[in-house]
Design a protein. Structure first.
Length: 212
């Protein structure tokens, strides 16, 4: 149970990336009054949470409807997360997310920012959704592990909300150098977890290949 919680927390923390979102949140909401900024933060996290919990609870069913095997998604999702890990290690993810968010924000009103791009795709982005489905596939057989993974997701989303609420204060010590160091560290951890997803998928496929 502890291992399931630990792995899920690291995966969600890296893919949602609350600390990396803080500068983007500040940039997107800079012209807004503090009260409106707080409401946008809460709404954005609620939107992102709804989508991520949807996939965390019913991700395997969604894959079944689409005709995608869990083994295939583990391999494909693992490769996707590994590419994301490479971007984090080489400091490309933050720049890409920041430029995209800035471009989208120019076309959105203040009230819409909470849904797009803050809620989706910055909080509940492709990487986080992929992580939710992969985590569900790994722990679904054990109710205790599954509950631990859901608690880990809820905790990461709570931290995201806290980071948004305290973004102005965090800006004083969340310097680019510190964010870069943390990003690389978490990128290495995500790369290892992504490799494990690929290994799990291959091991699941191999018996079928041998039998054929």
């Amino acid at each position: 149970m502890y291992e399931a919680f630990r792995n899920a927390f690291v995966t969600y923390f890296v893919t949602v990336d609350p600390l990396g979102l803080a500068p983007i949140f500040l940039a997107l909401t800079a012209p807004l009054a503090p009260g409106l900024r707080r409401r946008l933060a809460a709404r954005a996290v609620l939107v992102g949470s709804a989508l991520l919990f949807l996939f965390a609870l019913f991700g395997d069913g969604i894959l079944e409807v689409l005709g995608i095997s869990l083994a295939g998604f583990r391999i494909g999702g693992g490769v996707f997360l590994f590419v994301l890990a490479l971007e984090m290690v080489f400091e490309r993810r933050g720049e890409r997310r920041g430029s995209r968010a800035d471009l989208l924000a120019r076309e959105q009103s203040a009230s819409e920012l909470a849904v797009f791009p803050l809620g989706v795709p910055l909080i509940a982005g492709p990487a986080a959704i992929t992580a939710a489905i992969l985590t569900k596939s790994r722990v679904a057989g054990d109710p205790a592990d599954f509950l631990a993974a859901l608690v880990a997701l809820a905790l990461v989303l709570l931290l995201t909300w806290l980071v948004f609420r305290l973004a102005e204060r965090l800006e004083r010590w969340l310097r680019p150098t510190l964010i870069a160091v943390l990003s690389r560290l978490f990128g290495l951890l995500l790369g290892a977890l992504a490799a494990q997803y690929v290994i799990d998928g291959i091991l699941e496929v191999l018996p079928g290949v041998r039998a054929g």
